[in-house]
Design a binder for this molecule. Sequence first.
Ligand SMILES: [Zn+2]
Length: 457
Amino acid sequence: MWPLLAGRVIYPLHERVLGRSTFRYWRDLERSQWSSPDCLRRLQGQKLRDLLTHAYRNVPFYRARFDEAGVGGALDDPWAALSRLPTLSKADIRQSLSDIVWRDAPGGVYESHTGGSTGEPLTFYFDRRRQAFDQAARLRTHRWFGVQPGDREMYLWGSPIERQRHAGFRRLRDSLFNHCLLDAFNLSPAHLDSYLDRWDRLRPVCLFGYPSSIVRFAEHAKARNRRLDTRALRAVFVTGEVCYDHDRAVIANYFDVPVADSYGSRDAGFIAHQCPQGRMHITAENIIVEILREGGSRESATAEMGEIVITHLDAYAMPLIRYRTGDIGRLRRGRCTCGRGLPIMDVVQGRSTDFLCLPDGNVRHALSIIYPLRETKGVRQFRVVQDEDLRVCVEVVCDEQAARLTAEAVAGRVRPVLGNRIDLEVRFVESLSPNAAGKHRYVISRARPQGKEAQHV
Ligand SMILES: [Zn+2]
């Protein structure tokens, strides 16, 4: 009874009160996923023309860009116009933040922060339309695995928004929605024990979280000889970091349900999700994916590896037109055997994170230190390195436009995460070099979990 009430009444009502047409968009997405690739391409073309027209009329940053590229407001062929526009980097957004926002977006404009995959903090804005489309896309992919709105969902997650703002309200909302949020930033054996108990009380229909955290949860259950009640479970959804094959195998073996990976980010949106056949389908109704070839060639190419560049067709408050994600992938030819017309892609290298180890045997998810650092004013880029002896060094590149940052200020942000028993050094550097693959890893730990308790998790 409660799942029906949560899924058919409370959740839709909540979306309507917030001014989000999530459920209407979802119904459209349920239909359009079976459209032919040509039909989806036409839909993208129409939405692209609307988006470009809006950007030219209402967003000074894009008006200047379109004029410079010789595109102007002539948008009869939106695909040709798109291909002539330059790509949008995080640096572009940072430099032109006030000129790239449409303040009159219906339902208001909301601010958020992200580090993306490069560890460089970024402020961005979104509107209700974009939120609703991203939500609707998520609902659709859940249903691919038989998970309906209102079903019991367990989240092993650690987003700062869920953690800090309106914690009481969110707890109430979660319980009304049949959701249970467990803190993925705190994975001590005692916490994991309490998560096992929560699991058995909830008996979730799906589990959602960082693959590395879910692996720790599964391995802890095994070490405790706990056989969780997974009779209701339909799928495990992993996101937020690279899901390595060995991690996927651990999760699939323990929970004995499909493991589906997704690709997206707070700034870029809900880009792609695996179907039950294991193919990564692009949310083509909302997102255009292009692959930037090496050397910055602006043509998109099929089957070639390159940087993933997206255009979000429903982001109106801050249009993302040819936005460089910093992630590497390729488009795939052909259709998936599941019958959906949504194009498919491979994400070859997404984000990769590590755990930080504390002297008491506790571990901290990398994001628990990434979030406070990227929201620190004056931090342009950072890297956290932990040695085998647990010593932590935070390397910081300062934002020249901001006031001079002190080591004490940086330390003050990370101490609450690491506690007082760890040697901490803050080092200001001119630049941070990426690794051999061209990616910036923002947390690197060479330490192993301490103490007896931690050895079997
Ligand atoms: Zn498929």
